[in-house]
Design a protein around this ligand. Sequence first.
Ligand code: AMP
Ligand code: MG
Length: 412
Amino acid sequence: MVDADEAASLVLEHTPRLGIERVALAHCAGRVLAEDLVATTALPAFPSSAVDGYAVRSADAGKTLRVVGESAAGRPFGGKLAPGSAVRTLTGGVLPDGADCVVMVEEVEEKGDVVTVPATLKPGQNFHQPGADLRAGERVLAAGEQLGAAELGLAAALSFPRLPVFRRPRVALMSTGDELVEVGGKPGRGQIVDSNRWALLAALREAGAEVRGLGIGPDEPDALRKLVVDALREVDVLVTSGGVSVGTHDLVKPLLESLGTVHVGRVKLKPGKPFTFATIPNSTAPHPDPPPGGGGGNRLAFGLPGFPVSSLVTFEVFVRPALRKMQGFARLQRPTLPVRLAYDARATADRTEYQRVTLRREGHELVADTTGSQSSSRLMSLAGAHALVRIPPGDQGVKAGTTVEAMILALP
Ligand code: AMP
Ligand code: MG
């Protein structure tokens, strides 16, 4: 039995980064950039008017000037601005050669084809200098950054039609257990509805995975083995729930042992003691078409415990960081924030515990309330939780009023 931090490092140690693909901007949202993005041009590329008004020479301040033409967005003024003249310039229009400032239309007196400009004009006023937003050659985005709206806007402004991003991990997801019935069905006596698959499907997608659902696997060794081996041919990662405890019907751990190497078989973690992590060599289930780059070799297999809270907490602690590493994220872990406990957290003697809390703001502080009974079967302890609070093993616990670092799932 290894402790939680050791198990987490073992997982990351065996997790490869996946290969790179070039993806059209329309499909890049949420993906992780694989190479630094360098500006190929300055932005703006030309002196661009910030207002609607008149481009003039600041030396002509206070004078009445002849309007000699117009510079609108996309329709520059052809000539050069001579002393004593002005060019009507609209927002986004090119500042004509010879002009060194723009006067807002609200500040001039217009009469026929002449305008009178204010007595003081500052060179450089009301237009954007070329390169003011971005210089050519400047690094605009770093490898490892996630692409969101602003990042994609920036890439588009620099006219990159596609971007190099890391491949998303392909994950096969299976629930195991003869007691399980499909959601929508009616459980008979002793049966329960498979809820883990739907919870884990959402968690996997949120973490950026492409998920292949394998349904419910039986507590029968040969059938389970065939399902798993067939699935492994097409994915980078296998995630199962159930069947990793020590009962005679718990078949996932022995199966993973026979297919590859089990690196973590039990963890000093609550909830989630039976968490199992294995790597499975390519030779066990050869990929007919190994994907380019990393990930074509070993597959990762995560045997999550069956109890719903255990499966989601072990997903958070072990699987999510691994999926983020595969996708090239610079930051693998959830952000943490200091929170003040509003309750006495009792410790478990030999295991690190992740307790589920809701947060509320009190002045400048975040205060953590327990979500109630922390039973590993009680999904209500996780539904609506804002954070996980880590309680170290021992007999001390953490007293109410103590400030601890909490792993933030959502802010209130
Ligand atoms: P196991 O680790 O297979 O012994 O599972 C432990 C317990 O977790 C079972 O007795 C069920 O109560 C619960 N469980 C297992 N799989 C699921 C599932 N897919 N959905 C909801 N609960 C489950
Ligand atoms: Mg079971």
